[in-house]
Design a binder for this molecule. Sequence first.
Ligand code: ATP
Ligand code: MG
Length: 361
Amino acid sequence: MTESKQYQLAVLNGDGIGPEIVPASVKILDAAMAAAGAPAIAWTELPLGRSAIDTHGTAVPAETLEALNNVDGWLLGPHDSASYPEPHKSALNPSGTIRKHFGLFANIRPSKAFPGGNAIVEGTDLVIVRENTEGFYADRNTFAGTGEFMPTPDVAIMHGIITRAATERIAHSAFQLARSRSKQLTIVHKANVLKMTTGLFRDVCKEVAAQYPDVSVNDFHIDAMTVHLVRRANKFDVIVTENMFGDILSDLAGEVAGSLGIAPSINSSDTHAMAQASHGSAPDIAGKNIANPIAMILSSAMLLRWLGAKFGDEKVLAAAELVEKAIEATVLDGTATKDMGGTSGTSEFADAVAAHITIRG
Ligand code: ATP
Ligand code: MG
């Protein structure tokens, strides 16, 4: 067994419910690393988002990007850029800026129902692999800094970009993931209407499929896919799709599995990784200690798994497993936040998860 290394991880708390769910995740990772006998994580908190506008005059300080380049990974809280004052509101949002800066092309979004976890479709255990750099949330450099433009005040135009290179890259990530799971991959597109763009996406994914003959492949239009997920989410394994479809479909899949508040995600390239819940900043419930921290905690566990695979570090993988099992045990105990039908607060729920880690470790 290789020696476990000491990881340097950054923390970006974010807006809305971020300052509630991100510190809870830090606390749980600390407990899990200790229980797994791994060196304590060295954390660095960095400015980003609304608070950085006040302190640094920009939502994405250059020093934050520089510091992120020198850590092993980071936890990113959600951002509510719609609430920022101009010109920050119209700029690419903090999470998009970071994804772009570090080329985090793969957004891996699992939706897994917990026993006793209020799922709409019991047994849901799927992963959406969302292409993160193009599609209809296209490269925002075109059309003067945004993916949209208005030739007159009464006409708005958006564009979508699909390239063979980016599609091949995300297809390989999805097929490799499918290989490690049930060897079943679903391509989601809208090639009957968006023939060129999503047609190219489908065709390139099917070409890549030839290199993975052990994985069975099917495909659906995005609209039909929403229908299948609502009643039969438990029949799907890995789903690969373009950027906007993946964003929408993963909110749906999270809720079908129990709550959007349990749906984690990781954004990665071959060299960098960022843990980020699938949900947004939930301004409607911010500051009330009622947000579900599961999505952020599980995203953090995904980051531990990514580090474990990268460094061949069994202790950090053991820590990730402790986190996942502790959440399952907590939910099974009947402890749940309001979105899952329970009465626990964010901090109470996180304390219960930490207690399970201590007991098991
Ligand atoms: P974004 O564009 O940033 O993804 P969004 O419009 O999809 O944002 P969210 O912030 O994800 O919106 O919130 C959608 C709904 O889900 C809101 O009603 C919110 O309160 C709820 N929600 C989101 N995250 C959680 C959570 N962790 N716990 C409980 N409820 C949540
Ligand atoms: Mg959303």
